[in-house]
Design a protein around this ligand. Structure first.
Ligand SMILES: [Mn+2]
Length: 320
């Protein structure tokens, strides 16, 4: 019996990569045969050093599956997004921090459905090491990868979803790394330059097709995490980004979120009047026809929940 660790099919971000590698190594430390199979391409949140590490640690894109094999899913819980080779009846554990499928998995897996409101899936995997008393055996490169995943997913602890549990994990992981580096600014500086060099690829590898009920709408939802989005918008103007989005997603509705970690807000661009109307009623502070600016940092999953939720009179004060 092999435990096959996998995630969503569309793309691999740093949280998926960190969670997958670290959990595979944890099972190996406990003498359980396991393999990590990620079917999507690595996206721009993964710096070069971790890309190379990932290439040595990710076993295959599509595994040969035996009847007795089991699956562990990381950083996703909506079965619609799973890699196509996953048989739902063979899933034995789900680690995730996205909303919507908690009840479904708790009913099936009970305590092995680790779906929690934390900032990063990497935090849940760090906690699994703590519980298994294996933290001291974690490779240093994995500690760095988990640390960067927490930084990336919590937007350097500024996202509202950040939990004390993320901070506890990050403090411990950072203490396992050589002290002489500023890992956060090194990380963002590197990914920002790779994003700028291939913007279309970056967008393509961080876009989710989203289907919402209220209002009934399907759209492409892209997110780019930046350290300094002012600088970025000076280089790639809003007009150019809009025409790039329209050429990448012809005849489709789209929403692009530029996350500005240093400044602590997002720029939101969309071609859909429905989305613009819904967002600007609740979170956008400064509007113009091209770009909406928020008052704080919003993650994609938070924006999504907001677009789907019905509006109430005083929601603006409560939410912002
Ligand atoms: Mn994540």
């Amino acid at each position: 019996m092999t435990t096959i660790i996998t995630a969503g099919s569309r793309y691999v971000d740093i949280d998926v990569l960190a969670s997958g590698i670290a959990y595979k190594q944890l099972l190996n430390l406990q003498r359980q045969e396991s393999t990590l199979c990620l079917s999507g391409p690595f996206n721009a949140t993964i710096p070069r050093e971790m890309r190379l590490y990932g290439e040595t640690e990710v076993y295959c894109k599509e595994p040969a599956i035996e009847d007795e094999d089991v699956f562990v899913i990381v950083d996703v819980s909506n079965p619609h997004y799973f890699s196509s080779f996953v048989n739902l009846n063979q899933v034995i554990a789900v680690f995730d921090h996205h909303f919507g499928f908690e009840k479904y998995w708790h009913a099936r897996l009970h305590e092995m459905a680790k779906i929690e409101a934390v900032g990063a899936c990497a935090t849940l995997i760090w906690e699994a090491y703590v519980q298994a008393e294996q933290l001291d055996k974690m490779p240093q490169m994995t500690a760095k990868l988990l640390y960067l995943a927490i930084i990336s997913n919590t937007l350097n602890f500024r996202a509202h979803v950040t939990h004390q549990r993320d901070r506890n994990a990050a403090v411990d992981l950072l203490a396992r790394l050589p002290a002489e580096h500023d890992y956060v600014s090194e990380y963002y500086r590197e990914i920002e330059s790779s994003i700028s060099n291939d913007l279309a690829m970056t967008i393509k590898s961080d876009t989710k097709e989203v289907l919402i009920q209220n209002p009934n709408l399907t759209f492409q939802f892209s997110q780019i995490e930046l350290w300094d989005s002012e600088k970025f918008l000076k280089k790639h103007s809003a007009e150019k980004i809009r025409s790039l989005m329209s050429s990448m997603f012809p005849d489709k509705s789209w929403l692009l979120s530029l996350v500005s970690v240093k400044a602590g807000y997002n720029y939101l661009l969309s071609n859909s009047s429905t989305i613009i109307e819904k967002i600007s009623k609740v979170i956008a502070s400064k509007n113009n026809a091209l770009v909406m600016q928020t008052e704080r940092l919003w993650l994609r999953k938070e924006i999504l929940r907001l677009i789907e939720s019905p509006l109430h009179g005083n929601e603006k004060q409560n939410r912002v």
